[in-house]
Write a protein that binds this ligand. Structure first.
Ligand code: SF4
Length: 86
């Protein structure tokens, strides 16, 4: 995935940071929670090698999904978090 639906394609990391901040509230707690959930989304749903598009709540906003190029990529179920205790 990309967050191109928010910032446009081919945007540098520095520019993306600035653009994304403009979308976000200034409240630190809300900003932290957004960061945490976006990070989690990238780790578990929108992974670069196998995005779980079938389980993604951003389908309607995602250009990649809307392009239809994901048909063979989204069949892998979400991996359960490993327990630290055996
Ligand atoms: S629909 Fe797929 S590519 Fe788009 S944000 Fe979701 S997981 Fe990522």
């Amino acid at each position: 995935m990309s967050i191109a639906f928010l910032i446009g394609p081919k945007v540098s990391a520095e520019k993306a940071h600035t653009l994304l901040l403009a979308y976000l509230p200034k409240d630190a707690t809300i900003l932290f929670n957004f960061h945490k959930h976006f990070y989690w989304h990238g780790q578990r749903i929108c992974t670069w090698y196998d995005p779980k598009c079938a389980n993604c709540v951003l389908q309607d906003l995602c250009d990649f999904y809307q392009s239809g190029r994901i048909t063979s990529l989204s069949s892998t179920p979400i991996r359960k978090k490993k327990s630290l205790n055996p």
